[in-house]
Ligand binder design. Structure first.
Ligand SMILES: [Zn+2]
Length: 118
């Protein structure tokens, strides 16, 4: 993720706070987040919180492996860069360009959302 403005910075700080290994690290991230949040509107802060939670959730989901198969109706996979979803009908490729952000993504980097999102 590239940081271009305060909302990006806040989203990243919140994301790091959610995924921090220790309480101490999380607390430091929250301190940074509060400094950045003070420069933003409540609506912007709310949007950053949602984006950070969404990213943390996506990161906890599995990646495409050699065993991933696509059913007849295709399989939804999510780009790890822009979090947008794409539908694929086979996995006979080693990398795929995301149609949303145009990043070339290795097969093993694509996120496989759980069944309820398929
Ligand atoms: Zn993308």
């Amino acid at each position: 993720m590239q940081i271009q403005n305060a909302t990006d910075a806040l989203t990243l700080a919140l994301h790091l706070a959610i995924t921090a290994d220790t309480e101490n690290q999380a607390q430091k991230c929250i301190e940074y987040a509060e400094i950045i949040a003070a420069t933003l509107t409540a609506k912007q802060v709310e949007r950053c919180k949602m984006a950070a939670e969404m990213t943390a959730m996506l990161e906890s989901w599995p990646r495409v492996t050699g065993k991933t198969r696509a059913p007849k109706q295709g399989k939804i996979i999510a780009c790890p860069h822009c979090m947008e979803c794409s539908r694929v009908y086979h996995f006979a490729w080693s990398g795929l360009q995301c149609s949303h952000c145009e990043t070339m993504v290795d097969k093993s980097q694509w996120i496989v959302p759980p069944k309820e999102y398929q």
